[in-house]
Design a protein around this ligand. Structure first.
Ligand SMILES: Nc1ncnc2c1ncn2[C@@H]1O[C@H](COP(=O)(O)OP(=O)(O)OP(=O)(O)O)[C@@H](O)[C@H]1O
Ligand SMILES: [Zn+2]
Length: 463
């Protein structure tokens, strides 16, 4: 059996990966907080760890891998978005608006990640479906003396867990010195973090032994991972920005609640997608969404290729040049494998590259060699291990362009225009679409967009 080696953040070394149970490998990835469209940075862990799951399935068998990625659908950012909509006059209660917002965002997320060829996980738990399990876990922590109630909050007592800080390699005292922590007067230690917090009438809340309230973010992942994967599982993954405090706190909660388990054995962290040296993030405002790129006519497969061209533990940028190069390569490869059946298994060089700490850049170099040798069946089977050259992603060469997202956007714009009686934005969009060679048909049922003979995908970027 091929030996996989992975860099485990917890031990800071490249280790041979040994599953707890080769019949049931278990992996958890921290999923999105569903308050808005995913930006390109958010897509990096999804694509990178999708390749890991494909590799594990290739080696251990598809049925022997369980992959969980959650949706954080209770969060102050979601509340704020819903509240802003309510204040702007949207009909419905705050809870209805929150549900509407999270359902809408999950739909977008699925559409965007599907477009990148990321297979859906086996379980996609929503935090709001696991509140009783979170309450139970918090109760257990209070009973064991690892958590305490103060001013309607329940806090985790970091001093009760001597291993706190091991993942990020810092002591509690160093953290206090270096971090800008919220020093609430009711905390015993500034590093203590919230497990449960009170909700006033204007916020979503659930009944609990500590009154009506809502969970903190960290306990959500601990409870969902425990329910779906058990007290010990193989791999926990996420972006490096989550290493501290989110993952440190997950470990503390889970290991104290289930002292006989080891929680996650291997911790994997992807580096950040950057813009001019800074992490792409919503808070910095330096982001573009996956949907922005797709709407510009950049195929999902190109985005996927670019994301996999850099090793996951290195920071990377998105550039138009990288996208152009990826498109040229994929066009050539698609031509090479057209009408060909894949080889029975991926080339050993490609498997070996991925097994070496998920070296996707090395795997792509091996694909180039296969293409150079004219080994089309080998290229096809091997590229598919990276989720490339798959039938699902073959939507862009010589095929009709997918204009559904633009049609959806125009439908929404038209609905807004009807309400405000200001149709200038709709007219402007129609003009730009026409310039890009798209025929616009509007009816009571909605907006239909059709690529005409003068269709020019490059001009869609301006729409
Ligand atoms: N620039 C980035 N590059 C790579 N991964 C990222 C980047 N930004 C966020 N992530 C990852 O995306 C996943 C989803 O994160 P989450 O929904 O918490 O992000 P967010 O709060 O929407 O993003 P932001 O960090 O922009 O505020 C996490 O695994 C996180 O580590
Ligand atoms: Zn998490």
């Amino acid at each position: 059996m091929v030996e996989i080696r992975l860099t485990n953040t917890k031990t800071r070394g490249k280790e041979v990966f040994r599953p707890i149970d080769p019949q049931n490998l278990r992996i958890y990835l921290c999923g999105p907080t569903v308050y808005d469209r995913a930006h390109l940075g958010n897509a990096r862990p999804v694509v990178v760890f999708d390749v890991l799951v494909r590799l594990l399935r290739q080696i251990y068998g598809a049925r022997h891998v369980t992959y969980v990625r959650n949706f954080t659908d209770v969060d102050d950012k979601i509340n704020a978005t819903a509240l802003a909509r309510k204040e702007a006059g949207a009909p419905g209660t705050l809870e209805e608006l929150i549900r509407e917002r999270t359902a809408e965002t999950i739909g977008w997320y699925h559409a965007d990640m599907d477009a990148l060829g990321a297979a859906r996980p086996d379980h996609e738990p929503r935090a709001t479906d696991f509140i009783p399990q979170m309450v139970k876990m918090i109760q257990g922590l209070v009973e064991k003396g690892h958590a305490y109630e103060a001013s309607g909050h329940v806090l985790f007592d970091v001093r009760s867990y001597p291993e706190y800080g091991r993942l990020s390699g810092r002591s509690v005292d160093d953290m206090i010195a270096g971090a800008r922590v919220e020093v609430a007067p009711f905390k015993r230690d500034p590093m203590d973090f919230v497990l449960w917090k009170p909700s006033d009438a204007g916020l979503p809340g659930w009944e609990s032994p500590w009154g009506r309230g809502r969970p903190g973010w960290h306990i959500e992942c601990s409870a969902m991972a425990y329910e779906l994967l058990g007290e010990s599982f193989d791999i926990h993954a996420g972006g490096i920005d989550l290493q501290f405090p989110h993952h440190e706190n997950e470990i503390a909660q889970s290991c104290c609640a289930h002292p006989h388990g080891e929680f996650a054995r291997t911790w994997l962290h992807n580096e950040m997608l950057q813009v001019e040296g800074k992490k792409m993030s919503k808070s910095l405002g330096n982001f573009f969404t996956v949907r922005d790129l797709l709407d510009q006519g950049i195929p999902g497969e190109v985005i996927r290729f670019v994301l996999l061209s850099t090793h996951y533990r290195k920071p990377m940028d998105w550039t138009a040049e990288k996208a152009r190069e990826a498109e040229a390569v994929l066009r050539k490869w698609r031509g090479l494998v057209a009408g060909i059946d894949p080889a029975p298994s991926p080339a050993p060089a490609v498997i070996a590259a991925l097994a070496d700490d998920l070296n996707s850049a090395g795997a792509i170099a091996a694909l180039h060699e296969l293409a150079g040798q004219g080994d089309a069946p080998g290229l096809l089977a091997s590229a598919r291990l990276l989720g490339l050259l798959t039938p699902e992603l073959d939507v862009w060469i010589g095929a009709a362009p997918d204009l559904s997202a633009l049609a959806e956007r125009m439908t929404a714009l038209r609905a807004e225009a009807k309400a405000s009686k200001d149709f200038s934005a709709v007219d402007a969009m129609k003009r730009k679409l026409t310039e890009a060679g798209v025929e616009v048909r509007m009816s009571a049922a909605g907006v239909e967009l059709l690529a005409g003979p003068d269709f020019d995908a490059a001009k869609l970027g301006q729409v």
